[in-house]
Design a protein around this ligand. Structure first.
Ligand SMILES: CC(C)[C@H](C(=O)O)[C@@H](O)C(=O)O
Ligand code: SF4
Length: 470
């Protein structure tokens, strides 16, 4: 019988099928961070049991961590306690722990791929919704709750109902300045934040075939924002090239054996999907959000849609615009901004910093802008230095911070003040997400860079045009 990519990976991990119930799935890799793990470890302690496979479990500190002076004790007592608990729990159970200052430390969804923990055909979970990121490698990766974290720590299995299948095709070639982030924001704007609820998505077509691994991670990361359980892309040469030689990927004969299996991981030609949607790459322009959910995005040159033209409740839509202090029919280009945040598990990788630097090179940070540039990991930070990107940033008046989730969810000191506007490369623009009363405009690193040097929402193509003319 023909199978989808998802079916192939899922079926090979079913330990037990419960009639009319969930499947019991074996989990290959379990990533752990400080926010969703303390109660799970406490559960193990109360039951007097150990982590079954510590070597399949990896812990990092990211959500609560400061992005300055990481060598000093963490001031906030709640954060300090959570970080201490993670360290103690990891040590007690022999789990690799990459805490503050460790050279492998970083955002959980950045360090997994970076160190070769994320591989094709694997099942990967974490007590974190953006675990979908790892689907970029052809893995089944999804977020779980704290009680499930305890279940995986103790049994290396999880009970899951099988989601429905959705294929999202984007064919053709992307236009200038259109990045993977724009592709994802475009898809969410078309499907809405609940359009993929109950589904697991596979991304297919020319655009994803031609995309880098980091771009694929950005796209899969955002799957959750359209309601999907996760998203995945069939592994190919780009994938194998990326993972080869990383610390935790198989070596020698094991690599050959793995490659044999990985090469079978694609949806068969006649595999059927419960739902399929197709878009043309040429429809997509650099995107920006204007509202309070990631589905409220438009091409940057467009005007904020009128309430009567949108699907869904006009009252909710108007309330959202009120929060943003925007009006229907206004242009986004030219809107003043106060903050720029480059970072997060969506866009905190080296390619994102390269893109940002490509625009700010030879320009200066706008005086009215506060910019927080936060690498996704120490490895990203090291690459920023090695490639000379730090010099470009510094010359333009920017400062580089230390790695972590930072202003993506503002659990540390990096909070956007109430009423201020932030162009952010992260993934959520909910009310108060980046700080109480903060207003978020989600966009790509190119759009963020254009805003950082002009102090307002700016089409990056305009600045790229200037470069060509100069
Ligand atoms: C703190 C964590 C549970 C949360 C998530 O699950 O996504 C966070 O990472 C986020 O992005 O909102
Ligand atoms: S960077 Fe943001 S989205 Fe990613 S794990 Fe951290 S808080 Fe969640």
């Amino acid at each position: 019988m023909s199978k989808t990519l998802f079916d192939k990976v899922w079926d090979s991990h079913v330990v037990k099928h419960i009639e009319n119930g969930p499947d019991v799935l074996f989990i290959d890799r379990h990533l752990v961070h400080e926010v969703t793990s303390p109660v799970a470890f406490l559960g193990l302690k109360n039951r007097g049991i150990k982590v079954l496979y510590p070597e399949r479990t990896f812990a990092t500190a990211d959500h609560n961590t400061p992005t300055r002076n990481q060598h000093l004790p963490v001031k906030d007592p709640l954060s300090a306690n959570q970080l201490k608990a993670l360290e103690e729990n990891a040590n007690a159970h022999n789990i690799p722990y990459w805490g503050l200052g460790h050279k492998k430390n970083g955002i959980v969804h950045v360090i997994g791929p970076e160190n070769g923990i994320t591989v094709p055909g694997a099942t990967i979970v974490c007590g974190d919704s953006h675990t979908s990121t790892h689907g970029a490698f052809g893995a089944i990766a999804f977020g779980i709750g704290t009680s499930e974290v305890e279940m995986v720590l103790s049994t290396q299995c999880i009970m899951q109902p099988k989601p429905k299948s959705l294929r999202i095709n984007v064919n053709g070639e992307l236009s200038e300045a259109v990045t993977p982030k724009d592709v994802a924001l475009f898809i969410i704007s078309k499907l809405s934040t609940s359009g993929a609820t109950g589904y697991f998505a596979e991304y297919a077509g020319d655009v994803f075939k031609n995309m880098s691994m980091e771009g694929r991670m950005t796209v899969c990361n955002l799957s959750i924002e359209m309601g999907a359980r996760g998203g995945m892309i069939a592994p190919d040469e780009t994938t194998f090239e990326y993972i080869k030689g990383r610390e935790y990927t198989p070596k020698g004969k094991d690599w050959d054996a793995a490659m044999e299996y990985w090469s079978t991981l694609y949806s068969d030609d006649d595999a059927e999907f419960d739902k399929e949607v197709t878009f043309d790459a040429s429809e997509i322009e650099p995107m920006i959000t204007f509202g309070t959910n990631p589905g409220m995005g438009i091409g940057i040159s467009k005007d904020i849609p009128l309430a009567e033209t949108i699907d869904g409740s006009p009252a909710t839509y108007k309330k959202s615009l009120e929060y943003m202090d925007y009006s229907e029919g206004e242009a986004m280009v030219g809107k003043p901004i106060d903050f720029v945040f480059l970072g997060s598990c969506t866009n905190g990788r080296i390619e994102d910093f390269r893109a940002f630097a490509s625009i700010i090179k030879g320009r200066k940070k706008a005086d009215n802008v506060t910019a927080w540039l936060v690498p996704g990991s120490h490895k990203v930070e090291a690459a920023i230095r090695e490639e000379g990107i730090l010099d470009i940033l510094t010359e333009a008046g920017f400062e580089l911070r230390e790695p972590g989730c930072s202003a993506c969810l503002a659990m540390n000191d990096d909070k956007i003040p109430a009423g201020k506007y932030a162009v952010s490369t992260s993934n959520r623009n909910f009310e108060g997400r980046q700080g109480p009363g903060a207003r978020t405009l989600l966009a790509s690193p190119l759009v963020a860079a254009a805003a950082a040097v002009t102090g307002k929402v700016t089409d990056p193509r305009e600045l790229m045009q200037e470069e060509v003319l100069a």
